[in-house]
Design a protein around this ligand. Structure first.
Ligand code: ADP
Ligand code: GLC
Length: 487
């Protein structure tokens, strides 16, 4: 079974969030399950730089004269344990700055054509194959950036392969002005409420939800939440229509790459494992030294590694900083995003420099050190399709304090009395979006931290909790097989 993954991010080549981690890890698990996967990515400047330092010379496997006014070609290379296909189209992707937005924080104005080109090329690969004699049996497309694939496939009789579309976050839909539809070559007949039109605009994610053969999302709880307007962001009706036609949304919980995220061999951290948990203290001390913190041994150090957006609910943590500090706790936060949140966390560290350390920016190694050194990782999200940081936390022996939503609800076992007695608890769950619930959660964490035996037991449960990709890979293979009528 040959599968073409199409996505706008892939770790370790280019990453802004969990999508990259999934696209960088799931193909390896699918390969282990007997599937042949190639991953098509945009040739952003950083991806081209990564290509240039690979041991293997990239091979040109397709060329395109006109992708919305820009020339492009596809380069194939094996690297990072993956079969990568890079869409080298400099006019679209070779530019200074972040991948989705310019330095002013506004979306690149040509985003519909940049990601339209990615979708077009995926469809051409399905129609014509690549010059190294490879053509996919199925396309697995991820998030709005790949949303036009089903529409373009519809027009290419030679390219009739099934499409699986995975929603990683429905709050980013790729909405663009209706005026772009002619240049994008979108059929006029589809510009309706049953098609890719959404309140007078083009909606890339809606195009995929309408046209894909199967739609999945990244946790069972988020799949259920997406049925309601509070989570569906206006697309709940489209999902309901799919369900009525017998193709309901299914939730498949993400895993993590257990080879990359292994505290025993991770080059970014002082090594430890579940049998040598006391060695973990060095990570905590290292973090304290790095941020100039004076920590109370009897109180937990909280860690956060996150995009700073409304979704992540970190305003709740911010409001409780005085409470956390007066109880003896500390905090290390790594993140970037919303300017007001960045400024507010900077103020918190100015006020409590001995207890609170902040790094605004993106830093992969520091992220690993925080998972390895913090006692608790806070993820108080208002919604969370899956969330990977709580899984990294568990694997590194930091107990997650999470909101009971989406994949957070599906991956963390709350330290309630029953779970503590059965010795299965791996973290703390709180009601989402509530300050009172967050404060309550803090109290529970502080109380349990004082019981060193119970805490150690939870750390061991967390580190042993299964977070690999095997189960999800099996579910995707079953889905692919069903669509292809094999197996
Ligand atoms: P989301 O995709 O919504 O941002 P996830 O929890 O699925 O949330 O994934 C976030 C990923 O991005 C994790 O791998 C996390 O470690 C990483 N990450 C987030 N912010 C930063 C940062 N500032 N520096 C380094 N890694 C970060
Ligand atoms: C999105 C979601 C996050 C999820 C990730 C990978 O970025 O916000 O919850 O873990 O995709 O699926």
């Amino acid at each position: 079974m040959k599968v073409l993954f199409v996505a706008s991010e892939c770790a370790p080549l280019v990453k802004t969030g969990g999508l990259a981690d999934v696209v960088g890890a799931l193909p390896k698990a699918l390969t282990a399950a007997g599937t042949n996967v190639r991953v098509l990515l945009p040739g952003y400047r950083e991806v081209m730089a990564w290509l240039s330092i690979q041991a293997e010379e990239p091979v040109e496997v397709a060329t395109f004269g006109d992708l919305f006014g820009e020339a492009g070609r596809v380069l194939a290379v094996r690297g990072a344990g993956l079969d990568i296909l890079v869409l080298d189209a400099p006019g679209h992707f070779d530019r200074e700055g972040p991948i989705y937005v310019g330095f002013d924080g506004a979306d690149w104005p040509d985003n519909p054509f940049r990601f339209g080109a990615l979708a077009r090329v995926a469809v051409e690969i399905a129609a014509n194959g690549l010059s190294d004699n490879w053509a996919p049996d199925l396309i697995h497309a991820h998030d709005w950036q790949t949303g036009l694939i089903p529409i373009y496939l519809e027009e290419r009789a030679a390219a009739r392969v099934p499409v699986v579309f995975t929603i990683h976050n429905i709050s980013y839909q790729g909405r663009f002005s209706a005026g772009s539809r002619r240049r994008l070559g979108l059929p006029e007949a589809g510009f309706t409420s049953e098609g890719y039109e959404f309140y007078g605009q083009i909606n890339f994610m809606k195009a995929a939800l309408v046209g894909a053969d199967a739609v999945t999302t990244v946790s069972p709880t988020y799949a259920r939440e997406l049925e309601s307007p509070a989570f569906g962001n206006g697309l709940e009706g489209v999902l309901a229509a799919r369900a009525a036609h017998g193709t309901p949304l299914t939730g498949i919980l993400n895993g993590i790459d257990e080879e990359v995220w292994d505290p025993a061999v991770d080059p970014a951290v002082a090594p430890f494992d579940v049998k040598h948990l006391s060695a973990r203290d060095r990570g905590r001390q290292g973090l304290a030294a790095e941020f100039g913190l004076k920590l109370d041994r009897a109180a937990p150090l909280f860690g956060v590694v996150s995009r700073l957006t409304e979704q992540k609910g970190l305003d709740l943590l911010l409001a409780d900083v005085p409470r956390l500090v007066s109880a003896g706790g500390g905090l290390v936060l790594l993140g970037s995003g919303d300017a007001a949140l960045e400024a507010a966390f900077r103020e918190a560290t100015a006020r409590y420099p001995d207890r609170i350390g902040i790094r605004i920016g993106y830093d992969e190694d520091l992220a690993h050190r925080i998972y390895a050194g913090a006692d608790v990782i806070a993820v108080p999200s208002r919604f969370e399709p899956c969330g990977l940081t709580q899984m990294y936390a568990m694997r590194y022996g930091a107990l997650p304090l999470v909101a009971r939503t989406g994949g957070l609800a599906d991956s963390v076992i709350d330290a309630n009395d029953a779970a503590l007695r059965a010795e299965v608890a791996t973290g703390f769950q709180i009601e989402p979006g509530s300050q009172a619930a967050f404060s309550d959660g803090l109290e529970r964490v502080f109380a349990l931290y004082r019981d060193r035996r119970a805490w150690r037991g939870m750390q061991r449960n967390a580190m042993r909790h299964p977070v690999g990709w095997d189960k999800a890979a099996g579910a995707y293979v079953e889905l692919y097989s069903g669509l292809l009528g094999v197996g």
